[in-house]
Design a protein around this ligand. Structure first.
Ligand SMILES: *[C@@H]1O[C@H](CO)[C@@H](O)[C@H](O)[C@H]1NC(C)=O
Length: 317
């Protein structure tokens, strides 16, 4: 009798362990997925520079070296300072002076209340991006009201600013993610690209195949085609799946670079993003791409300040 009982307990325990292993999001995630082979990246890039941007350099920049760069950057860089004479213009804009860049990228960062993290992010990103010989500018869009954080709407606002400045490529980027591989070029591919497919926090495994959040690159043209993101997602979560649904509506297929190149470091912070995540049941985009997005974007611009390392747009949603 006692023996049978013990057996049962062991049996149940094994089932529970098996279920945990099977259902744990990081366990059945993907260490591998379809990606653009290194040799095919060049032909898949969307080479376009910002309207009215001119370079006085004679030679075109070459991107082969950076795409095949095998180094990994150290996240401790974010504790340092930028070197003198870094040539970054007010507003956080940079372009190489020795060669003509082929890509102009607006990096858009939704933000609130993480000053220390933002500082580290900016220092790190400028060091990282300057190596890539691209023309770029960092926009930080800060929500200054007291409503729940609305990441997607802030991204729409940043996108609108980038369009105004003539940028053909947007990188939508969370402030707690640091790219580790210089080979992860911050330029748009012809397909919308999920860049942060390999994050340390998820043990460098892609949690699910349709994940399209964290850091993504999308051309301005494609972002307009899908009418941007939804403005309705207050609080954490769901807006990235909604964005994916919008791509599907327009039959845009996402792409990625290989896991090794797509590595990111997620910076720890107290306010747990997952804990805040509200599992909202939304009828994802499917029917409302044209009724909610860039064309219905309304907000109050409180101020725009050109800081040495970024363009700071403060908004009231
Ligand atoms: C580019 O220059 C033209 C002519 O000066 C101007 O009309 C247009 O607004 C400029 N575009 C941008 C994005 O600044």
């Amino acid at each position: 009798m006692r023996h049978a009982f013990k057996k049962k307990i062991i049996y149940c325990g094994l089932i529970v362990i098996a279920l945990i292993i099977f259902l744990h999001p990081n366990m059945n995630g993907r260490r591998t997925y379809d990606y653009i082979e290194k040799n095919n990246i060049m032909v898949n890039l969307h080479d376009r520079i910002a309207q009215n941007f001119t370079s006085t350099a004679i030679m075109d920049c070459d991107y082969r070296d950076i795409l095949f760069d095998v180094t990994t950057m150290s996240v401790s860089l974010m504790d340092g300072d930028l070197i003198e004479g870094h040539k970054i213009k007010d507003g956080g804009e940079f372009y190489p002076s020795e060669c003509k860049p082929k890509f102009s990228t607006a990096i858009i960062v939704p933000y609130r209340d993480r000053a220390e993290q933002l500082r580290g992010f900016l220092v790190y990103m400028h060091v990282f991006l300057r190596r890539q010989n691209i023309h770029y500018r960092i926009y930080v869009i800060e929500q200054v009201d007291t409503k729940p954080f609305n990441r997607a709407k802030l991204l729409n606002i940043g996108a609108a600013a980038a369009f105004k400045a003539g940028y053909p490529c947007l990188v939508l980027h969370d402030v707690d993610l640091l790219p580790l591989r210089p080979a992860n070029l911050y330029a748009c591919t012809k397909c919308p690209r999920h860049m942060s497919s390999s994050i340390n926090k998820f043990r460098f495994v892609l949690p699910y195949l349709n994940l399209f959040g964290g850091a993504i690159a999308i051309t301005s043209q494609q972002y307009k085609l899908i009418n941007g993101m939804s403005n309705e997602y207050y609080g954490w979560g769901g807006e990235d799946d909604d964005l994916y649904a919008r791509l599907e509506v327009e039959e845009l297929k996402l792409c990625r670079f290989e896991p090794e190149v797509s590595r990111y470091h997620m910076v720890a912070h107290q306010t747990q993003r997952k804990g805040e995540r509200k599992h909202k049941v939304f009828n994802y985009a499917k029917n409302k791409v044209n009724e909610d997005g860039l064309n219905t974007l309304k907000y109050t611009e409180v101020a725009t300040v050109l800081h040495p390392l970024f363009t700071h747009i403060m908004v009231d949603l």
